[in-house]
Design a protein around this ligand. Structure first.
Ligand code: SF4
Length: 279
């Protein structure tokens, strides 16, 4: 059985950085909190818990000491609360997310109504929005929603880092008709599209596709959906223990990819599991 592993499978730059910072902080502190799980990988969050990293949902649940800010970042209100409490901060906000926050702040400061292309409820979007401290803000989940924006003098357009460029381009086109001046900052990071393009390519060349990553990870679930649309024999798994022999009947090529929050050791265990079944 041939195994096709996507080059981009697993951690993106921001998740790799945040994970490294979290493990280093766990080593150097006697107990530390993270505001929300560091990444959407239950297996990795468990490893960090074993090293003393306690996940909390709100700043007021953090006892004295230090807090890790995950790669999605936090809202300006949460950051103020953290600073008011004089907590030590290990800031693992991805620099690309930080850049989107800074652009939201800049646009609102300079008098633009901010249009943010993204998922309203996502913590990253909530964080970015909070930095647009004055003027109107609009969150647009799909291009058609931009039609509802009322005409105004200035619009500033940014995006959640994981959005598709095509949606961003369509929203930009609609916004052009809605204002006299449109300022655009492309804050999309290409980690998502690179993974999705490779997943498509692998699905076309495989008889079975395994997509590894947390069931709570939106980007992994999306990869699984993209693969399943091309190759119905697609399985989304979190660990090697979930592999089933019967999936491999008549399979010559197995494609493997993984979400941006899937640790390398989980990918390696799945490859080993596939090799055992193959033998
Ligand atoms: S997907 Fe991009 S923006 Fe998000 S954490 Fe990874 S590198 Fe950073």
């Amino acid at each position: 059985m041939n195994i096709l592993l996507a080059r981009s499978a697993g951690f993106c730059f921001g998740v790799k950085r945040a994970t490294r910072m979290a493990f280093e902080a766990a080593e150097s502190h006697d107990g530390i909190c993270s505001l929300g799980p560091i990444i959407h990988s239950p297996q990795l969050v468990k490893k960090l818990e074993e090293k003393g990293v306690v996940v909390v949902d709100r700043v007021n649940e953090i006892p004295e000491g230090a807090v890790i800010i995950r790669s999605h970042g936090v809202t300006s209100g949460e950051l103020k609360e953290i600073n008011d409490r004089h907590l030590e901060v290990v800031d693992a906000t991805c620099p690309f997310v930080k850049s989107a926050q800074d652009h939201a702040a800049l646009l609102s400061r300079e008098g633009y109504a901010v249009v943010l292309v993204g998922e309203r409820e996502h913590p990253e979007v909530q964080g970015i929005l909070s930095y647009a401290e004055s003027g109107d803000v609009f969150v647009v989940g799909a291009a058609a929603e931009a039609e509802a924006i009322s005409r105004r003098k200035r619009l500033g357009l940014i995006a959640q880092t994981t959005q598709s460029f095509e949606t961003f381009r369509q929203v930009a086109a609609i916004c052009l008709d809605k204002c006299q001046e449109l300022r655009i900052f492309n804050t999309i990071c290409d980690a998502t599209s690179v993974r999705q393009d490779e997943a498509q390519e692998i699905a076309h060349r495989s008889d079975l596709v395994l997509v590894i990553g947390g069931f709570n990870s939106a980007n992994t679930s999306r990869l699984a959906q993209i693969c399943a649309d091309i190759q119905p024999r697609t399985q989304h798994i979190e660990t090697a223990e979930q592999l089933r022999k019967e999936w491999f009947e008549g399979v010559e090529t197995v494609g493997i990819t993984a979400g941006a929050s899937t640790p390398r050791w989980l990918i390696d265990e799945v490859i080993l599991g596939v090799q055992k079944i193959s033998n």
